[in-house]
Design a protein around this ligand. Structure first.
Ligand SMILES: Cc1cc2nc3c(=O)[nH]c(=O)nc-3n(C[C@H](O)[C@H](O)[C@H](O)COP(=O)(O)OP(=O)(O)OC[C@H]3O[C@@H](n4cnc5c(N)ncnc54)[C@H](O)[C@@H]3O)c2cc1C
Length: 371
């Protein structure tokens, strides 16, 4: 039986980056994943020649030059810029909130006009709250209105947020929205980062490059043969769910998930943009993604995914950790056990019960284990 330096559980971006770095140091690795494919949540399925982001739209963005140079050394990235559009009752607004949005909302043409309109909206909101005896925002609705005013809140924030969280904004805590950045420029670029793009040929190329010459096995669940897997390597890099690793002994960590309805359409260009948010409550989905636009595709057909946000239950994908007090306390108990394991590294979004963007995953692997 072969013996490895590392058994890596999970072929997502954390596991794949770790394997790549370990291999460069001459270490032997076996990567296993319970899914039928490598790549974890950045995996893309090819449908009609289009890379479909199976687990949700992924846009790489970073200001970290080391990370950007690293991913570009594996695969070249295109110059895709994320500029989402919001559809509220059939009217379109550019995002993030900028001079285009304010023109579409109020017809303001100069930064001074827009600034005055926003101030007026905020003042009206705060005065209305004070008249009702409210000094400090008590919930997300009051917080958002006091930061941006009623028009933008009602058209672009309220319905979308309620669909995302499955709760009314009046029942959500104010701290969820700390600030609402506005730009007084005509700039629809969603991210403030220095670098962004999509791997040319799709994310599978990034994963294939990272795992080149690394032994990997799909359809292989660590827990179905745990004793065997624990005996074949010096160290384990575990990127699955930390509560599952400990047999849920303190209870189950909770997540929010997203369900996708994906459809092939017999048209070249359905919505003219990769991402359109549906911000009214009456439309049940939060967004429609048209995948070909991430790579400027010219195919004769197109593929779209409608995204529905929902509560996680057994069998659905655990996407977003719920970082409330209850779950944070539960995670702390598991973390304490994990800290006592000399031969297991717990890394990535499921093992650290933490939302990570892709560039942060790569930086975490570099900084914690290969610096
Ligand atoms: C809907 C959505 C959209 C996102 N969009 C962006 C974006 O636009 N930009 C961005 O930078 N980031 C985005 N992210 C974040 C990005 O997906 C993560 O940073 C990244 O995928 C995390 O990699 P990971 O390796 O930690 O986890 P994963 O990709 O989840 O990999 C973990 C792997 O472990 C495997 N595994 C689990 N348990 C076992 C087991 N018992 N045995 C074997 N294998 C197991 C799983 O099958 C999985 O493949 C998004 C995330 C979500 C949920």
């Amino acid at each position: 039986m072969k013996f490895y330096d590392y058994l890596i559980v999970g072929a997502g971006l954390f596991g794949a980056t770790f394997a790549y770095m370990a291999k460069r140091q001459g270490k032997s690795c076996l990567v296993i994943d319970k899914r039928p494919h490598l790549g974890g949540n950045i995996y893309c399925e090819n449908i009609e020649g289009i890379n479909v982001h199976t687990y949700g739209a992924h846009i790489f963005h970073t200001s970290n030059k080391e990370v950007w140079d690293f991913v570009n050394s594996i695969v070249e990235f295109n110059r895709y810029t994320n500029s989402p559009v919001a559809n509220y009752k059939g009217k379109l607004y550019n995002l993030p909130f900028n001079m285009n949005t304010f023109y579409q909302m109020w017809g303001t043409r100069t930064p001074e006009e827009a600034r005055r309109k926003i101030e007026e909206q905020k003042r009206e909101a705060v005065e209305a709250m004070k008249a009702a005896g409210v000094e400090e925002p008590r919930n997300l609705e009051e917080q958002a209105i006091s930061l941006i005013g009623k028009d933008i809140y009602e058209k672009l924030i309220k319905g979308y947020t309620e669909k995302q969280w499955g709760r009314k904004c009046t029942e959500l805590p104010a701290f969820i929205i700390k600030r609402l950045p506005v730009r007084l420029t005509f700039d629809n670029n969603y991210f403030n980062d220095k670098y962004q793009g999509i791997p040319i040929g799709g994310y599978n190329k990034l994963i294939d490059g990272l795992l080149e010459d690394v032994e990997s096995r799909c359809n292989t669940d660590f827990f179905t043969d745990r004793e065997h897997f624990e005996s074949i390597a010096d160290k384990i890099v575990f990127t699955g769910k930390i509560d599952e690793y400990y047999h849920y002994r303190f209870g189950k960590l909770e997540y929010r998930t997203v369900r996708f309805e994906t459809e092939v359409l017999d048209c070249e260009n359905y919505q003219g943009n990769a991402v359109i948010n549906y911000t009214e409550q009456e439309v049940p989905y939060t967004r429609i993604i048209e995948h070909k636009h991430f790579e400027f595709g010219q195919q004769s057909k197109t593929v779209i995914s409608r995204e529905y946000s929902s509560e996680w239950k057994e069998g659905s994908e655990p996407f977003y950790p719920v970082n409330d007090d209850k779950n944070s306390a539960l995670y702390a108990q598991y973390r304490e056990l994990a800290n006592q394991e000399p031969n297991v590294i717990f890394g990535g979004r499921l093992a650290e019960y933490k939302y990570y963007d892709m560039h942060q995953i790569i930086a975490a692997v570099f900084n914690k284990y290969f610096s």
